[in-house]
Design a protein around this ligand. Structure first.
Ligand code: NAP
Length: 262
């Protein structure tokens, strides 16, 4: 018999922004959390904040760099002693600039984090938990994972990957009657550390440079709405900033007679 108190929600990229608020939102629902990012001190601050407000919630801190696939596998192995219920792949970053001028080093790290780590964690989690009732995988994409944004082409391409991979996985889980649900969250501009990192600057003024944006608290609230729904996609409209939930949005060749015959 599984001890309810040993069931956890995993959140990557929990040291700031959307991930930080998402960890608090799950804790406020009484969920134990495993919080992951590189900056230990920020994770320790989050842990303290959660424990002050919700003393019965368990918080496990894991500090690691997820751009390295060996760290991804090692971390997943370390989590084998916990029963997991929800996995939120939120860690990610962007880059503003033309393809001609982008830093190969930054792009390589972005692909490792936004695509590789997310795919490895998703696959490991689905492999171990797909037949367990109540389990969910939530992958954080972007509006840029459904629309190409000028000067952010490579970042958008990584997020198109996140959206198509997760929508496809949701369909695969559904058609095989698996118990796990896979979902995509697609935020628009959200005031976090994202702007600084995407532009390689130390100060970034969302009021000047975006005008309209959500706060991390609002995005975490949208994520919880998606978590509590049966929909696959939760997306912010880039023009109106409305949050809506949908069935998968990409074309799907589910019934095509031209698919490989098994
Ligand atoms: P953020 O404040 O910069 O948070 C990013 C998180 O990812 C941090 O906790 C960061 O922690 C972690 N992270 C970065 N590199 C990492 C690495 N190598 N290993 C482990 N963790 C790493 O930005 P955010 O806006 O909350 O971003 C969360 C997600 O939302 C991202 O996937 C982003 O693409 C997506 N998104 C954001 C926006 C927006 O406008 N903010 C819009 C659409 C989508 P450490 O630095 O401590 O490692």
């Amino acid at each position: 018999m599984v001890n309810e108190t040993n069931i956890y929600t995993v959140i990557t990229g929990a040291s700031s922004g959307i991930g930080y608020e998402t960890a608090k939102a799950f804790a406020s629902c009484g969920k134990n959390v495993i919080i992951i990012a590189r900056r230990k001190e920020k994770l320790a601050k989050l842990k303290k904040e959660i424990l002050e407000k919700y003393p019965s919630v368990k918080v496990i801190v894991k500090a690691t760099d997820l751009t390295k696939s060996k760290n991804v596998y090692q971390l997943y192995d370390e989590l084998k002693s916990y029963q997991l219920e929800t996995w939120v792949n939120n860690a990610g970053f962007g880059n503003y600039g033309s393809v001609a001028e982008q830093s190969l080093e930054k792009v390589e790290s972005m692909i490792h984090l936004n695509i590789e780590a997310l795919t490895l964690f998703s696959t490991l989690f689905v492999h171990d938990y797909k037949d367990i009732e109540g389990t969910q995988l939530i992958n954080v994409s972007s509006c840029g994972g459904y629309t190409i944004v000028p000067t952010a082409v490579t970042y958008c391409a990584t997020k198109f990957y996140v959206s198509t991979f997760t929508e496809g996985l949701a369909r695969e889980l559904n058609s095989s009657n698996a118990k796990m649900q896979a979902k995509v969250l697609a935020p628009a501009a959200t005031k976090t550390e994202f702007g600084k990192i995407a532009n390689d600057v130390t100060e970034y003024d969302y009021d000047k440079l975006f005008g309209t944006y959500h706060t991390s608290e609002q995005m975490a609230d949208f994520l919880m709405q998606l978590y509590n729904s049966d929909k696959v996609v939760g997306a912010v409209n880039r023009e109106t900033f409305e949050f809506k939930m949908f069935a998968p949005l990409f074309d799907y060749a589910g019934n095509s007679s031209h698919n490989q015959k098994l």
